[in-house]
Design a protein around this ligand. Sequence first.
Ligand code: PLP
Length: 360
Amino acid sequence: MNNLFDLNSVIRPHILTLAPYSSARDEYTGHSGIFLDANENPYGSVTVEDYNRYPDPYQAEIKAKLSPIKKIDTQRIFLGNGSDEPIDLLIRATCTPEKDHVIILPPTYGMYEVSASIHNVKIDKVSLTADYQIDVDAVLKAITPDTKIIWVCTPNNPTGNVMQDEAIVTLLNNFNGLVVVDEAYVDFKDSVSWISRLDEFPNLVVLQTFSKAWGLAGIRAGMCFASADLIKILNKIKSPYNISLPAQRVLLEGLDGVQKKDEMVKEILKERASLRTMLENLSLVNKVFPSDANFLLVHFDDAKAVMDYLINEAVIVRDRSKVHLCEGCLRITVGTEYENEVLVESLKKYQQNSVIAQTL
Ligand SMILES: Cc1ncc(COP(=O)(O)O)c(C=O)c1O
């Protein structure tokens, strides 16, 4: 337990006292009545389905469904336009531009740095160790009185591995700002979510997303779990109707699909294992890194040439070869059995062409 943490000292003073926009749907939350309060079109929409009413600003029905799934009180759930929205809002809530700092642990997800840069917030980078773990001593040394957030991604993108629990606990216990644990890939790993430890650590914030295991990247919906007080702050500074009505409808339907999500995850894990085996059997692959996510980080002698060849074959992977500690690597999302076979066949063709080129 971090007894020194005081949320009020982490949130920017003007945000603490901010009077948020009060939307029409804040003032009256009932479902029936004659709605003449929000300047909507009473006749319906230009589309077949009606979208003429503003959506629930706090997504109460969705949170009521999500709460038992994630085993957390609705008051401790924030829903965003992708998890990229809470990433941005957490910075806005805590960091004064040109003064405050965040710590990121590269190689990691790019939006922590981009969001901080957008707000002109100072970024301190503490590299992961060579085996992609948190260098706890270096992180503790990098903390300044103006450090507001430490971003931890586990399983980490693009390395695919889980960060050691003890390292995260040490950060939580020794830092009086927020430790944000981004669990975008949590469904692809065995261990439990950090949501279960929110009561232990008042400075812990957990991010998850509907974009990966749930298969809902297109609707843009992410989750943030934290103390009820921090969730209140995020609600205060978000745009009033941040989750659109179509997205809310899809989420309500999607939350009935836990079983389907679990089945797809099982399939992805099976495909991850067979893709790993196929890749490891290729001589042009130097290393396939361990992965607790839905992608594999793969090291090649000439990643750029492999990437260019794959693009020509209309197989698109992510070039991470210029990223610190991922030099020479491509990040390959686990596809369907068919997609993975096409990828591997393309790599075999590349391999054969290279052998022919060498013998000429
Ligand atoms: C670690 C991590 N966090 C967050 C996100 C963003 O997810 P969303 O689609 O919910 O904005 C991604 C997307 O790739 C990610 O890799």
